[in-house]
Design a protein around this ligand. Structure first.
Ligand code: HEM
Length: 241
């Protein structure tokens, strides 16, 4: 416990220099604090030989700062100022929510600066209602992915074809529907029940070039990947067929 004494000493200059002198050692005990004598059996007559170096160091700026003004805080508690002095670290800035006025609507910036409110993205009404349809059970995106990789023939043709517009337009029925996306001809019949926008929407492009409608509706959809297993061939001009 002797090292505690060196920690809490009021004035480092008056710290007991010769603890084993005849005069009773001045302990600088803090009122009400528990100062324990050495628990040794007394054989350790050198007594304070094992006093560890004072912390903070006797010549440290930290100790100088705390001991030159007032060693303990003004409330009279026995906690050294160094542990309680918050003036060295000012409190963080007031959060946005604290600046709220009753009855005054908040601006978007105020909302955004408050971390206690839900993010705007989850509270704002979506711009457009979704036009997705409820797909029948077993016709979700994962079901389409597993059908594609099942090895089942989804093209309906032996080899890749050169398809002129005159041929394309004959494939315009649900059970035999072809469309063109970016110059590639796809058999969309197997995809009809899996299309999140519904089969009716998809049938609008059956028998014709659907590139424009497709990209107007959902340019982010990767048709190349979605329909790779349904590739029939490539759109060519009549003269090149
Ligand atoms: C031919 C290839 C097509 C493929 C592979 C395809 C694929 C898809 C996919 C994956 C979605 C879901 C999009 C998402 O979750 O964000 C979707 C939604 C949709 N598709 Fe298609 N689509 C095709 C063609 C079309 C066409 C030609 C139309 C319209 C004429 C259309 C109309 C829609 C609509 C309205 C939705 C719902 C969009 C929404 O979320 O509101 N699709 N389609």
């Amino acid at each position: 416990m002797s090292y505690l004494r060196s920690w809490f000493s009021f004035d480092t200059a008056t710290a007991p220099a010769a603890p084993n002198s005849d005069a009773p050692a001045q302990t600088h005990a803090i009122p009400g604090s528990f100062v324990e004598e050495d628990e040794d059996d007394g054989s350790d007559t050198a007594g304070e030989d094992d006093v560890p170096p004072a912390f903070p160091a006797l010549n440290s700026a930290q100790r100088a700062a705390s001991s030159t003004s007032k060693p303990f805080d003004s409330s009279g508690s026995n906690i050294p100022t160094i542990l309680t002095d918050s003036s060295l670290m000012p409190p963080p800035p007031v959060p946005g929510l604290a600046g709220r006025r009753p009855g005054v609507p908040q601006t978007k910036t105020q909302f955004a600066s408050s971390s206690l409110l839900a993010p705007l993205g989850t509270t704002e009404k979506p711009k457009k209602p979704s036009r997705k349809v409820a797909l029948a059970p077993g016709f979700g995106p994962l079901d389409w992915a597993s059908l594609k990789s099942s090895g089942e023939d989804l093209r309906g043709v032996e080899t890749l074809l050169r398809v002129p517009p005159s041929v394309l337009k004959t494939h315009n029925r649900k059970e035999d529907a072809w469309t063109v996306i970016n110059g590639k001809v796809y058999n969309i019949t197997p995809y009809l029940p899996y299309h999140p926008g519904g089969d009716k929407e998809l049938m609008r492009v059956a028998g014709r070039d659907g590139t424009k409608l497709f990209s107007l509706t959902h340019a982010w959809v990767n048709a190349d990947f979605m329909l790779d297993a349904c590739l029939v061939g490539f759109l060519v001009s009549e003269s090149n067929a």
